[in-house]
Write a protein that binds this ligand. Sequence first.
Ligand code: MN
Length: 751
Amino acid sequence: MQQIDLEAERKEILIKYRELLRVCRPNMDTQDKKLIRKAFNLALDAHKNTRRKSGEPYIYHPLAVAHIVVSEIGLGVTSVVCSLLHDVVEDTDYTLEDIRKLFGDKIASIIDGLTKISDIVDQNASIQAENFKKMLLTLSDDVRVILIKLADRLHNMRTLDSMPHEKQIRIASETLYLYAPLAHRLGLYSIKTELDDLGFKFTEPEIYEMISQKIKETQKERTKFIGKFAMPIRKSLDEQNIKYTISGRVKSIHSIWTKMKKKDIPFEEVFDLFAIRIVIDAPLDIEKAECWKVYSIVTDFYRPNPDRLRDWISTPKSNGYESLHTTVMSNQGKWVEVQIRSTRMDEIAEKGYAAHWKYKEAATSESGLDEWLRKIREILQNPDSNALDFLDDFKLNLFSDEIILFTPKGDLKTLPIGATALDFAYNIHSAIGNSCIGAKVNHKLVPLNTELKSGDQIEIITSNKQKPKDEWLEYVVTARAKTKIKQSLKDIRKSITEEGREQLKEKFSQIKIEFNQNNINRLIHYCGVSSVAELFYEYAKGTINEKHLKGFLREKENTNWLNYLTRALFLKNKKDETKTEVPDEKITLSGKLLEKLKNKSDALVIGENIDKLKYTLSECCTPIPGDDIFGFITIDEGIKIHRINCEEGKQLLSKYGSRVVKAKWTSKESIAFLAGINVNGVDDVGIINNITRIISNELNVNIRSISFDTNEGLFEGKIMLYVHDTAHLLDLINNIKKVHGVIKVTRLERT
Ligand code: MN
């Protein structure tokens, strides 16, 4: 055992505490200081016997979260107190009541919110989506809950190194999937960037390393370039007495990688690797004019690309982002993005809305965040929105960028990219959406599924005869419209079902059959529908009609003769009914299986026939030995093995953490595994032949399928082949790279 120097630790805790007080100081009076002291003492005592995974005293964590909350999000004393106490109720003997007595209702309710969204990773049964929904519900109480939660996650990500590998991957996936987009939506750009990069570092360590290495290598060159580029601008700004700073901002590693993947280009070809940011110090009343002045200076020296001017000063993004962006041509013949903003705008851009509060007296009456929270609340208040659906809808809204639209009166609306006229109608009011038959976009009549573009002016055309239809769900992208359409469809179905009931009742009396449970059940069985509601509904719709009833009557007469047979039949049907619940049964079975797997300390070993478990290698990412993998317990296909960096896999990891099992490869593989590669090159005579010859003759690898596309002298090929492991595949890739005419060979991320 390593000797712990308690005295040194005590000193370290005090240093951290004083540092926290230092960052709080500008907005703190004696009263506040006492309150923070009280919270600190309580947290210190509550956590005195616990340590973090790293071995450090637990109190380091709440202190760090409180520090982030002040210095990186810009929150005040209440949030500092809550951050210090955020793990107390969950992890120690103190109760929420204790907190309420000592600190009052407000702080207790925030702590309550924080405790409710406890870390998902450790819970087995609960689905993350449900948790996420809860988290957003608490937003309606106090947005501080979510900001502190983000700070908590950020510190946990910063200290993720000391966690076991498997947990690292789960926490990192969840961060990429939920927390980073959420931070983005709240306008916390620097936290979003850091969460993305940290998440990426743990899920794709090699690529992360490669890109950060390249950024380091190119740093010197970049500094030189920025210096040269800024020189004439600096001179001119100085002459005009404008106070400013100019800096070069490198994109996040994660977004560089996203770009490389999306455009299929190497690091060197990512042209907007960095942006130049000019932040000016100007009073509020002239900051907009000053920003445009700077724009004019920049474009005196460099030619701007007219398509790439973004004015988020006149129309801020709904998360509060304000800035002027332009892309100009540098003297080296490269496009460079230039961002122009005031100190105030810069602070909001980096720290999000919390920073906005500091400028409250200056803020305009309409607050984008309030509007956003209102929308979220509205969606959440719908009692039967399924949590997973909700999450998907919500994420769609998170990721998409926005377009700006106008009503006929010139009111402004922001909707996500891809939004249609129907989305717009629902955005105005659900009654307008429900009766929408089309729209006039810029005075031209268009169908309701027309996709809108930024700047469009839309007039919705309605009819009181119109009703929502099933296919409308495919016409819309906003969560709000989807929820409202689903709700209306349900209402419509309900009233049709009610009509059907009345009609059938009348029909029964016409043909002299008693309208009772027994007869209805028999008719249900005869028509092959699954419920009473469905029977009524289909009858109203006419899918079940006269013909069915006649057949039913005939059968009924026969069965009167053979009553005992009918009974037998019914008994059999009952059995069938219980059988339809098979999926549930299988889930419990999987649950048991999971238990069993969890109790085994070692991982599921692929290639060995342990416990005769059925597993398959997933087709989306075709894992081969050497890849980092995990198993996922599916409902009806046994265990599926995915690569850890598989997109689909990431979603599974994050949504159903409890159904994930560790998996690794055995060292001695004799079988070959399917993998895919992509080959790009110059369309040269015989090149395809050369490639296949090398693969099958020289390397003795079996090819399963091969397809080539050529286009204007270039070709792209996809080859599926059998290899032993990643080393084998790498070797093969390197060999194909040597073929004359081949430009690029990569492994297929997905097939
Ligand atoms: Mn915590």
